[in-house]
Design a binder for this molecule. Structure first.
Ligand SMILES: C=C(O[C@@H]1C=C(C(=O)O)C=C[C@H]1O)C(=O)O
Length: 297
């Protein structure tokens, strides 16, 4: 039986999924992986519920039952553009002061990591604990009843395309990039998601070994980065963004390599989030080793 995979349906994972979605590799990979697409929040829910074996999941959802597949991530080393915090600022405060004043945040219900990052940034760097309510990703209706709105993924990229109309309907908005805020305050990359697997699903059950999984996911990342123009041609019309926006997003805004700085960032994020009870503690990062035993760093 192939591994059941839960993947994110946004633009940002497209390079990681390249070989799974394009020939000459897709047919062969379909014999090992059965992919379904959903929101980041649902990817994690399906993995936790045992309805999926492998998921591209928010790092906020990592726990000791799951192992990180080394090599791939959805992260950003500066501006990500698709994690957008819109803050009402009618009194022209500085960014710091405006963030300090926020009492309520309407957050996209698709998100897990960005929601916890926002809580960490407010609490640790602005001494503020606003209330969060989950809402569908529609910026103007989110801002009707909240001081700030948190948008993720394609709806955030689209909001940036329609910035003039949003600014006209809701004047005095601050447009803040959550990844950039995190980078400025910690010096570390902002990491959103990783491939995580239920280790017991590997081996006999699926016929997929840990080494095969590591090779398949990393070969796909390498192929995706080498075929950005194919992805631009597919995705720009699909989500209604200019080619150049998609190209820059895939090559400069998103960082796909799970390097040591990213692992350090995950640890710091989970430590700070646990410190404010936003997430359970995760003291040991479980990394899948090629000998099928999970080891840690
Ligand atoms: C960069 C992004 O990262 C996403 C944000 C996530 C979250 O907030 O939980 C999870 C997975 C990523 O696909 C984005 O969607 O804009």
């Amino acid at each position: 039986m192939p591994l059941r995979v839960s993947a994110i349906s946004f633009l940002n994972p497209a390079p990681l999924l390249y070989n799974f979605e394009h020939e000459p590799t897709a047919s062969e990979l379909r014999t090992r992986y059965d992919i379904a697409y959903t929101t980041p929040a649902q990817c994690a829910a399906q993995l936790h519920a045992g309805a999926a074996d492998l998921g591209l999941i928010p790092i906020a959802e990592l726990d000791e039952h799951l192992a990180i597949v080394p090599g791939c991530t959805i992260a950003s080393t500066s501006e990500v553009r698709s994690i957008l915090l819109l803050v009402k600022n009618p009194h022209a405060f500085s960014v710091d002061e405006a963030l300090h004043q926020v009492r309520t945040v309407a957050a996209d219900s698709a998100s897990r990591s960005s929601l916890a990052y926002a809580k960490v940034l407010f609490a640790h760097f602005h001494g503020n604990r606003p209330g969060f309510v989950q809402q569908p990703a529609e910026p103007l209706s989110m801002l009707e009843h909240a001081d700030a709105a948190l948008l993720i993924g394609d709806p955030a990229l689209l909001a940036r395309e329609h910035r003039q109309a949003i600014d006209a309907a809701q004047p005095h908005l601050l447009w803040l990039d959550l990844a950039q805020l995190w980078r400025d305050r910690t010096g570390l990359p902002w990491v959103a998601a990783v491939w995580a697997v239920r280790p017991e699903a590997l081996g006999h059950h699926s016929g997929v070994t840990a080494q095969q999984l590591i090779d398949d996911t990393n070969n796909s990342r390498i192929a995706g980065k080498a075929n950005v123009e194919t992805l631009v041609a597919e995705w720009a019309p699909r989500i209604g963004l200019p080619d150049q926006t998609v190209r820059t997003y895939l090559t400069q805004n998103i960082h796909y390599d799970l390097d040591d700085d990213c692992l350090r960032a995950i640890q710091l994020f989970r430590k700070l989030a646990a410190g404010i009870d936003a997430l359970p503690p995760l003291n040991h990062l479980p990394i899948l080793a090629s000998d099928e035993l999970a080891s840690g760093i």
